[in-house]
Write a protein that binds this ligand. Structure first.
Ligand code: FAD
Length: 444
């Protein structure tokens, strides 16, 4: 059983298939130097903790190997006379290429299940069997397609005992001062239970408020497959709150489907005309954005949450992304790469398409004239300023009616808060002018 981003026992059909296929299984995770290189320390630390947790639930039987996947799998197959290699199917460009390479080297892979309720590529338009390019009809098709019921964890697992040389658990630690979420299958279920008890029934009302713990925080658990989306969907009712939550899970599935159909869109423009727009080179202003020192409190709070926790509230992800693309006129890929480095929940499809949506060049693109106002967004979604106060201590002394516009307060800068690096109202006009040059007319 080759684990990759399915680090769990419950609702893991590939694991059940592996168990069914023989007397004993060989559970293995292979550390991939290429992926490790592209991953920041917070996500590496999370992964290390998640592997420990999986190992514990497997009775310390997890092989953690370093090396080329073909070499590692061949060696284990030989050592244990393994008759089949089981995986959960992968759909992202990198994983697909890796698995094809392994198969081309003569290792047959048995695919059971995927990290999605409905595997990418399955939801098609009934009229002509092509894929959807717009979310709402996709959602309807996805619901109509439906998904299998969740399956329980295996009752017993007979696994071979690994040699010490195959126990290369990484020891990555999160940087000092950071606070990454707890990893592992148990942590995922504990958090979901808490969300069901306290947040799910009011999710539609609270999910946009950055200072409220009103979202599920399932994204990192889903990224690593510590919980399956089916498990989250099971038991949802028809209330507005439950429906809104189901629709968010479906966004993850939609973006995976879009990336599967247009694999180049992990790095390239979904709407190609945007490649011709005038952009600014990422310089000093980009550095200020990365460090949470743009002088716009809501933007800076978001970036500092990302740096500290490896997670950012969805509303604020949209605001900081819009600020980079439309106030600083920097190409979305620069921001996406920075998110890739820092997000514990980094998901190539949701990240690339979350960015492209905000920049206006993605699916369901926001209308070209919509430029998030970072001040008004803060006033609306962090009314009391609690979120800003939490992450931007230089502004913690300001009251709710001052914190969003420190430039209007006599003592707004007394603790060294950064001055605005651009004037939003002017950059909005500049952004619209640049869009006009490529004649984008994607109205609502
Ligand atoms: C610029 C940008 C970059 C993003 N990058 C990522 C990323 O790398 N990884 C990632 O998982 N999400 C990404 N998102 C989507 C979203 O911000 C996160 O999924 C969400 O904030 C995670 O918090 P949660 O689990 O509490 O979400 P909840 O609100 O509780 O939602 C439940 C689940 O639904 C899915 N979901 C919710 N909103 C979205 C969305 N807009 N797009 C896709 N899936 C969604 C997630 O799997 C999430 O865990 C990005 C959004 C933007 C605007």
């Amino acid at each position: 059983m080759w684990f990759r981003r399915d680090l769990r026992l419950t609702d893991n059909p590939a694991l059940l298939a592996a168990i069914d296929a023989g007397e004993e299984i060989v559970p293995v995770f292979i550390l991939d130097p290429k992926l490790i290189q592209a991953t920041g320390t917070k996500r590496l630390a999370y992964m290390a903790a998640s592997l420990r947790s999986l190992d514990e639930s497997l009775g310390n039987k997890l092989h953690v190997c370093v090396g080329d996947q073909v070499d590692v799998l061949n060696e284990l197959k030989k050592k244990y006379n393994a008759t089949s290699v089981h995986i959960s199917a992968e759909y992202e460009p990198y994983g697909v290429a890796r698995d094809s390479r392994v198969e081309a080297a003569g290792i047959e892979l048995t695919r059971t299940g995927s990290p999605y309720a409905v595997a990418p590529g399955r939801v098609k338009k009934p009229s002509d069997a092509t894929n959807y390019r717009v979310y709402t009809p996709f959602y309807r098709g996805w619901l109509a397609h439906g998904w299998r019921a969740a399956v329980a964890a295996p009752k017993t697992i007979n696994a071979v005992t690994p040699e010490d040389k195959d126990r290369n658990f990484p020891t990555w630690q999160a940087p000092a001062g950071s606070e990454i979420p707890a990893a592992g299958e148990k942590a995922a279920h504990d958090r979901f239970k808490k969300f069901k008890a306290n947040g799910l029934d009011s999710y539609d009302e609270t999910r946009n408020f950055a200072g409220i713990d009103g979202t599920s925080k399932m994204s990192a658990h889903l990224k690593w497959g510590e919980i399956h989306p089916r498990t989250l969907l099971t038991g949802l009712g028809e209330s507005k709150a439950h429906d809104t939550f189901r629709k968010e899970i479906a966004w993850r599935e939609f973006y995976a489907d879009v990336l599967h159909n247009y694999p180049h869109t992990d790095k390239d423009y979904y709407a190609p005309q945007f490649a011709n727009m005038r952009y600014d080179e990422p310089g000093e202003k980009f550095i200020a954005w990365r460090e949470g020192k743009t002088g716009y409190p809501f933007v800076d709070a978001g970036m500092r949450q990302l740096l500290k926790e490896g997670w950012m509230h969805n509303r604020v992800r949209m605001v900081v992304a819009s600020f980079l693309a439309k106030d600083l006129h920097i190409e979305w890929q620069h921001g996406a790469l920075f998110f890739e480095e820092h997000l514990v929940d980094f998901d190539v499809a949701s990240n690339a398409h979350g960015w492209q949506w905000t920049a206006g060049c993605g699916t369901d693109a926001s209308p070209y004239y919509r430029v998030f106002n970072p001040i008004e967004q803060g006033k609306r979604f962090d009314e009391n300023g609690d979120y800003i106060r939490k992450y931007v201590p230089e502004l913690a002394h300001l009251k709710a009616d001052e914190i969003h516009e420190p430039w209007d307060s006599a003592d707004g800068y007394k603790h060294g808060y950064a001055k605005k690096i651009v004037e939003h109202s002017a950059e909005r006009i500049e952004s619209l002018a640049r869009l006009e040059e490529i004649k984008v007319r994607n109205t609502e």
